[in-house]
Design a protein around this ligand. Structure first.
Ligand SMILES: *Cc1c(COP(=O)(O)O)cnc(C)c1O
Length: 411
């Protein structure tokens, strides 16, 4: 599975400015040296058990399967990991690697804030100072995650250049790293970017797939589904099954519909091969080759690019790609909450929606597994607004009033 010199077929590579070659080479060497080291592995395993809460369970979704009337559905409850999603697996792996490399400072980029929260938490646990670059627009939109990052002791730096969103935060983090790499590790959040990040992030997320194999060793799986933003939860799960006889299905954000700018479907629709932010893959680009605007109800799936390994596995046909809309996603979230008492993150609910679509077409003896990459607590400001707008508005207004009231009393 590892890349050949950083390439997965034609995808991947390391298309970076000269100033970033040394830090990336150093990181690659360190990863190959420390990752196989039993001391590194045992420390990481201890953190997985004591801190992350691994292994995360696999739930046999009896009531959901019964109601849909087809295949048995299993759900990997990755959202029960500490901080609420799979992102902590990668954040902790890289933070530990950075500490072993003697780095004394961590920087990261974040869009919606989920990767920033995971990184800030891992750094708090390991006692490493952490700075997170975040577009000014996102800082305003994602206040709950900014609050959590700061609670974990991270410094959140609002980026005011360009569109003041994720793309600009990445550029700012890279600028910092080019000047600071001798003591600083850049902790990238998904299985993308220049080599060695795609290989490294897959390895840190591969614990998801290994656990599922072990947990379902007596079950013959017919299909495995995961949502795909950058691709880290999907590749981490799929990597254990690539050589097996099982359908692997990646689910992208169909957003509000098929028009350019209304979704984040790179593999079955608008995607074009390009080189953006250090790697070659499919991206949503306009006619001038510029990165196009995207949309998804889930902030973690609206990225314009996809990790190079999934691009390769998609092009070769090993991984199938589907997309589901914002509306199907919200319906899936409600369905699993009602039938199983679990609330999917909006990202993960895309995979849940694809499972709802697939299960009735399969025989009762078939088995499918869907990755709940995260839990939905973080999305309450979006889901409650969408599902109960009036009650939610009243609640927020009364909260705001109670803050004003308290300010009056305390000056
Ligand atoms: C960030 C995020 C994703 C998307 O990222 P991948 O790298 O594609 O896994 C999916 N699910 C959740 C819960 C996330 O926070």
């Amino acid at each position: 599975m590892p890349s050949r010199n950083g390439y997965f077929g034609e995808f991947g590579g390391r298309y970076v400015a000269e100033v970033l070659r040394r830090p990336l080479e150093e990181l690659e060497e360190a990863f190959h040296r420390f990752y196989p080291d039993p001391a590194f592995q045992s420390e990481l395993e201890r953190l997985r058990v004591e801190y992350i809460g691994r292994p995360t369970p696999v739930l046999r979704a009896h009531r959901a399967s019964e109601e849909l009337g087809g295949a048995n559905i299993y759900v990997k409850l990755e959202g029960l990991a500490n901080t609420g999603a799979h992102k902590i697996n990668n954040a902790m792996g890289q933070a530990l690697l950075a500490r072993m490399m003697g780095k004394t400072r961590i920087i990261a980029e974040t869009g919606a804030g989920q990767h920033g929260v995971a990184t800030a938490a891992a750094c708090a646990r390991l006692g490493l100072p952490c700075r997170v670059y975040m577009g000014e627009v996102d800082v305003r939109r994602q206040r709950p995650n900014v609050f959590l990052m700061e609670l974990f002791g991270a410094e959140v730096v609002p980026v005011t250049s360009g569109t003041r969103t994720l793309k600009d935060a990445v550029n700012e983090a890279l600028r910092d790293w080019a000047a600071s790499w001798e003591n600083t590790h850049y902790l990238l959040g998904s299985a993308l970017g220049p080599a060695p990040f795609p290989d490294m992030v897959r390895e840190f997320q591969s614990v998801i797939g290994r656990e599922v194999r072990e947990q379902l060793r007596d079950v013959k799986l017919d299909a495995i589904l995961a949502c795909v933003g950058g691709g880290s939860n999907a590749i981490g799960l799929f990597s254990a099954f690539v050589d097996e006889d099982v359908r692997l299905i990646g689910v992208e954000a169909g957003g509000r519909g098929p028009q350019l700018g209304e979704n984040a479907v790179r593999m079955t629709q608008a995607g074009r091969v390009g080189i953006v932010q250090g790697y070659k893959s499919y991206f949503i680009l306009d006619d001038d080759g510029q990165v196009e605007r995207t949309h998804s109800v889930s902030a973690g799936l609206d990225y314009a690019g996809i990790g190079p390994e999934l691009a390769f596995l998609g092009k070769s046909g090993r991984v199938e790609f589907q997309s589901v809309t914002d509306q199907e996603t919200l319906d899936a979230l409600k369905f699993f909450a009602r039938t199983e008492g679990i609330v999917f993150a909006l990202e993960s609910a895309h995979a849940g929606a694809a499972a709802i679509r697939l299960a009735p077409h399969l025989p009762r003896k078939a088995n499918i597994l869907v990755n709940m990459s995260g839990r939905g607590d973080k999305d309450i400001f979006i889901t409650a607004k969408a599902l109960q707008p009036q009650q939610w508005r009243d609640f927020l207004l009364s909260e705001a009033a109670s803050i004003s009231e308290a300010e009056k009393h305390h000056g």
